[in-house]
Write a protein that binds this ligand. Structure first.
Ligand SMILES: Nc1nc2c(ncn2[C@@H]2O[C@H](COP(=O)(O)OP(=O)(O)O)[C@@H](O)[C@H]2O)c(=O)[nH]1
Ligand SMILES: Nc1ncnc2c1ncn2[C@@H]1O[C@H](COP(=O)(O)OP(=O)(O)O)[C@@H](O)[C@H]1O
Length: 381
């Protein structure tokens, strides 16, 4: 926790009334009031007071909301975000940020023309980087991913994409894809719910932020099966991932596999083969893919994929010991803040198993943020 004396700054006023709890936090000329009713099932609401004009605004609230609980404490982290610590929820779910003036919020404010705030959940530690797998249709991406998920069901989780294409015979909605209407998907894209999307073989495909985050929240490493355009978008996003391109041993073999799969019409096969040439050309784009895997013999290719992934294995997350019992109930409140850390104090008399009486939340290495999670939180005793 360093030598620096904590500056004790009370930036939040807690107003408790009979049926709700509110925190009022000043950010510049505005006061953000975060309220919840005493019904643990109801969600948090936000109101903003413009202190200059003495007017109230109810903002558009983006992002997944904090888990319902019956109380919280909060503090201003910096001019961009407020930290909210929830009480009575699992340790894996008690740190939240309300973004009030981050680049994402500023951009959304411009797009929507209204006042905007965004919730983002704080995730302790970095987790393992998601794995993006691209390659032409029929090369064997799905087969390789299925093998990986079968061998390591608790280690990897599949990012279930949305698509406007029709389901194939054995495909299950919500498992292989979220099969959806184009208009609904376009609406959700405009609401900022997608990490990336692309038009592929005449249909719209996209990865929702929730698809990736829900896998990561389960403590699993996320696998994305997306096309080259999607890989490019993810590369440009804030999601740090490993990018793998799967190549066929030859074009003729690719065509053979596509036909043998028997899931597409001749017209669709022709379209996929045309697109395959462009995708194979793009696989060499500088800085796009970290690894190229040739899928000739399936078993050999699978072994190579496993070797590649284990390159990143074996690193111990120092936060693991603190969060290993993520289901333990958190009962912390904010004690003090300096520029680099916020101290949280346990409110339980008897320190519960897996929790500590005083925790330091290091604010120096936060990554990501709305519309995804805020990662990289370091929590030390
Ligand atoms: N950009 C993007 N591409 C996707 C997504 N989901 C699937 N794809 C890609 O869309 C293409 C077609 O997928 P699909 O219809 O399942 O056919 P298949 O690749 O022949 O099995 C493949 O290149 C997938 O990698 C997504 O969420 N985003
Ligand atoms: N190494 C391989 N050798 C021969 N056939 C393969 C190999 N890998 C996959 N296949 C077969 O090729 C077809 C296409 O594979 P699939 O996993 O559906 O490709 P993708 O997901 O890339 O479109 C499937 O019928 C699959 O069983």
């Amino acid at each position: 926790m360093g030598e620096e004396a904590p500056e004790f700054r009370v930036e939040s006023v807690t107003l408790e009334s009979k049926d709700c709890i509110q925190n009022a936090i000043d950010v510049g000329d505005k006061t953000y009031v975060i309220s919840r009713s005493d019904d643990p099932k109801s969600s948090i609401s936000i109101k903003i007071l413009d202190k200059l004009t003495q007017t109230w605004v109810v903002p558009t609230v983006l992002g997944a909301h904090p888990t319902p609980s019956n109380s919280h404490s909060s503090i201003l982290v910096n001019s961009e975000k407020i930290l909210l610590i929830e009480k009575g929820v699992p340790l894996s779910d008690f740190i939240w940020f309300l973004e009030v003036d981050t680049p994402f919020v500023k951009q959304q404010r411009k797009i929507k023309g209204t006042e905007v705030v965004a919730w983002t959940k704080g995730v302790i530690g970095e987790g393992q980087k998601p794995v993006v797998i691209s390659g032409p249709s029929g090369v064997g991406k799905g087969t390789l991913i299925a093998k990986l998920m079968k061998e390591y069901p608790s280690k990897f989780g599949f990012s279930v994409s949305h698509t406007t294409r029709s389901p194939r015979e054995k495909e299950i909605d919500g498992v292989h894809y979220h099969f959806t209407e184009r208009s609904k998907m376009e609406e959700e894209i405009s609401e900022g719910k997608f990490l990336e999307f692309a038009h592929v073989h005449g249909n719209l495909y996209g990865t929702s932020i929730e698809a990736v985050e829900s896998v990561t929240d389960e403590g699993k490493r996320c696998i994305l099966d997306i096309d080259v355009q999607g890989a490019r978008s993810v590369r440009a996003s804030s999601l740090e991932a490993i990018f793998i391109f799967v190549c066929p041993p030859s074009f003729e073999e690719l065509e053979k596999r596509l036909r043998a799969r028997g899931t597409e019409t001749e017209e669709q096969i022709q379209k996929r083969l045309r697109n395959a040439r462009a995708e194979l050309d793009q696989s060499n784009s500088p800085g796009l893919f970290d690894h190229l895997l040739v899928n000739d013999d399936l078993e050999a290719c699978y072994e190579n994929l496993k070797k590649l992934l284990s390159l990143d294995d074996g690193h111990e997350d120092p936060n693991d010991s603190l969060i290993k019992d993520g289901k333990a109930i958190a009962c912390y409140s904010i004690l003090s803040k300096t520029n680099s850390e916020i101290l949280l104090q346990s409110e339980t008399n008897e320190v519960e198993k897996g929790t500590a009486s005083l925790l330091s939340l290091d604010l120096s290495s936060l990554s990501g943020g709305a519309p995804g999670r805020t990662r990289g939180l370091k929590l030390t005793r």
